[in-house]
Write a protein that binds this ligand. Sequence first.
Ligand code: PAF
Length: 282
Amino acid sequence: MQVFEKIKDISNFIKELKAQKKTIGFVPTMGFLHEGHLSLMRYAKKVTDVVVVSIFVNPAQFGPKEDFNTYPRDIEGDKGKCLDAGVDILFMPSASEIYPEGYLTYVNVEKITDVMCGASRPGHFKGVATIVAKLFDIVKPDKAFFGQKDYQQTLVIKKMAADLNMDIDVEALPTVREPDGLAMSSRNSYLNEEERKAATCLYWSLTKAEEMIKNGERNSAKIIGDMQKIIEAEKLARIDYITIADAETLEEIKTIDKKAVIALAVWIGKTRLIDNIVVNMK
Ligand code: PAF
């Protein structure tokens, strides 16, 4: 595995690979890798010639009161996991390499970033779109892979890639869950034992929604009401949002009669967790 910290070094290496007509699969991450990330890397390994992973805790996507400083980091552990997953290139730039002094350029995807996590975390998706655009430009991938757990993020990146004519296939792969259903996330490491148990309420609320839909319920308010009850029964949980929205536009829908995303963000103590499912109704 080649490890690069400087843009010019990875760029030169990528140029050589492109000259050899190798296809490049890219998994951008903020590190503290878990099975969700590793599943993306293994998939990338199957469908592209060369797998590039980036590890960069991107300051531009954290609000001033958010967890940038405490975000979990484990560079040595991550390197080992990348090696085991068959990653070919690991890119680990410093903040000053990515945002040198005087940096002024940002990418802003409109509208679909105003709702859901964008409403709770103003500026977050501008930071995400900016770093991913920069990484895409550096890595020049043919395909890039993201987890469905961050549904809105993947939609934003797909839109950015399409609007900016980036010739990159952006793919979302299924959420990887712990045996009790909790979606894997680096932020799960913040949870103490009691909070960890409480955190399964996100999954159970989505399971309830799925079951209601299977039984013929199409009314969003009713489904959200039952999801709310499950979360509110958990004393450590506080709802940030629960929404049922058009899977493409993220506009809320009253009746589930098309492809829809059921998404939620819930505070478990001081940790904000997200999860979602996609349902495809005709
Ligand atoms: O999902 C993440 O880990 C980050 O938002 C990403 C896509 C690596 C951009 O910093």
